[in-house]
Write a protein that binds this ligand. Structure first.
Ligand SMILES: Cc1cc2nc3c(=O)[nH]c(=O)nc-3n(C[C@H](O)[C@H](O)[C@H](O)COP(=O)(O)OP(=O)(O)OC[C@H]3O[C@@H](n4cnc5c(N)ncnc54)[C@H](O)[C@@H]3O)c2cc1C
Length: 464
């Protein structure tokens, strides 16, 4: 096949790649997105599958901090899918052995809470907040108050932003306040509630795909990039595998696609499958090596049922210490179909890169056993704290995967990588996660796309 050429090649059709492609095609650039998975998995970790008639999310459930995603839809003339719903209350926490409403926890200490939370997020500059990158939330809060309700509230925020594993002593204060400030600046409100897409989070990718195609951009699925081609410190294009393997051992031929700008939108833990360390400047390669598998891994347990009385669906729940697992976890119940006849009770536990199971070694028997043990114990937690959910479910799904990079002090902020790859002209890395988009998830993917699109436009205007 003859070589092709584009202004920009984007490797990876997750939310990062699609957001960036939508912005660049909107600006009149010739863009191709190459996604190794099938068409129904566009959106990557934000795509959805099906169980019977019900959508089931591959990765994300709740959209937290979606301000930058809203901004991209506004710029490309599209909108969030209509079936985006919000929880109507901030939920409940199970702490110190009992359930408590989050609103009530804050009410009694509102002045003290406001002083620490709101004034840091609004009055401090981003630079000042960045100086908190290597301080834990716990240290930051306990230096300012001994009020147990305020400390507990920050524990809850640690979960809200960093996940169940990033409890306050292990979660960066810089990350927390950066995220809070950023949402306040982009949405004009403090984060309190998350939202989800009825019918599956995969729907968020729909308007982006539409926008890319309407403006002449191309999206190719089942297109696996085998290598980004770099010569003499300049990006040349990519090699894409051709055809399907006839035997698992087959080394496929490749097609070269030429472009002055190549963007890797694959997750940072996949980066060395398409990029050679030798092509990068040594310190940038070292930084990537240091970060790339320091992940926060998400274990998800979902139960499908049709009984609306089993659970109040209006807010999320947080458990500080499961009675059997001893682990923190969180839960939400979603009305998953428009006629609300299908409900999904979803539970998350997070594990860290240093412990078993190591998601990247999951083929090893001991890691599989550790993974199953967590799920088995966890069902014990759920039977105790959410009676009826396990017993009345029509179906149950256990899933797992790397969710993001861990947000411990020392692994955030300026230690993250820059979007522009040091030492290679025309190469940009936007996969989870960069110093320009510290926050995780769909919001982070949108944020990094906004910054990268400006940088790439400038690079293309300048020419070779
Ligand atoms: C279980 C789980 C739960 C999560 N929960 C939440 C949540 O509740 N809220 C939230 O905001 N975020 C959540 N996240 C995180 C969120 O899903 C990600 O941060 C976000 O979707 C990342 O988007 P991305 O485009 O950077 O990466 P990805 O979605 O991983 O996209 C990368 C794409 O690159 C493709 N690719 C890889 N290698 C190649 C190659 N060689 N050639 C071509 N294509 C390639 C992959 O197939 C993939 O589609 C969760 C993640 C997981 C796994």
């Amino acid at each position: 096949m003859a070589n092709e050429s584009f202004d920009v090649v984007i490797v990876g059709g997750g939310m990062g790649g699609l957001n960036l492609a939508a912005l660049l095609t909107n600006a009149g650039k010739r863009v191709v997105v190459l996604e190794k998975a099938g068409r129904d998995q566009l959106g990557g970790r934000a795509s959805s599958g099906k169980i019977g008639g019900a959508a089931i999310d591959n990765g994300i459930k709740g959209l937290i901090l979606a301000g930058s995603q809203d901004e991209i839809f506004r710029r490309i003339g599209k909108s969030m899918p209509e079936n985006v719903c919000r929880w109507t209350n901030s939920g409940e926490v199970h702490m110190h052995g009992k359930w408590r409403k989050i609103d009530e926890m804050v009410r009694g200490s509102i002045a003290e809470f406001a002083k620490i939370y709101m004034s840091t997020a609004t009055e401090w500059s981003y630079d000042e907040i960045e100086r908190l990158d290597d301080i834990s939330v716990e240290q930051f809060v306990t230096e300012r108050t001994q009020n147990p309700d305020v400390i507990d509230f920050f524990r809850y925020l640690g979960w809200l932003f960093g996940g169940t594993l990033s409890i306050p002593h292990d979660y960066s204060a810089g990350m927390l306040f950066y995220s809070v400030k950023k949402q306040f600046d982009t949405l004009g409100e403090f984060p309190s509630k998350s939202y989800w897409v009825k019918g599956g989070s995969g729907a968020i990718a729909g308007p982006l795909i539409e926008a890319i195609q309407e403006r002449g951009g191309e999206i190719r699925s089942n297109a696996s990039v085998s290598r980004i081609v770099i010569e003499n410190g300049r990006v040349k294009g990519v090699e894409v595998e051709q055809g399907q393997r006839r035997v698992p051992t087959e080394l496929l031929d490749t097609q070269f696609i030429e472009a002055p700008v190549v963007v890797s939108a694959v997750a940072i833990w996949d980066i060395f499958s398409i990029l050679s360390e030798d092509d990068l400047s040594p310190w940038y390669a070292d930084r990537l090596r240091h970060l790339h598998r320091k992940t926060l891994n998400d274990l998800t347990l979902t139960f499908g049922h049709d009984d609306p009385t089993l659970w109040d669906h209006s807010g999320p729940r947080w458990v500080q210490k499961g009675p059997v697992t001893g682990r923190p976890w969180c839960a939400s119940s979603l009305e998953y179909s428009d006629d609300a006849k299908e409900y999904q009770a979803t539970f998350w536990i997070q594990t860290g890169w240093w412990e078993k199971p190591d998601i990247f070694q999951i083929r090893e028997a001991s890691h599989k056993a550790a993974l199953n043990k967590i799920f088995d114990d966890w069902e014990g937690d759920i039977r105790e704290l959410f009676p009826g959910i396990v017993e009345k479910a029509h179906w149950r799904l256990r899933s797992f995967g790397p969710a993001t990079l861990i947000e411990t002090p020392g692994n955030v902020g300026r230690t993250l990588i820059d979007i522009k790859a040091e030492g290679v002209d025309g190469l940009y890395l936007i996969g989870e996660r960069t110093s320009a988009a510290k926050v995780m998830g769909v919001y982070g993917a949108a944020q990094v796309a906004l910054v990268a699109s400006d940088m790439i436009m400038e690079r293309l205007e300048k020419g070779a």
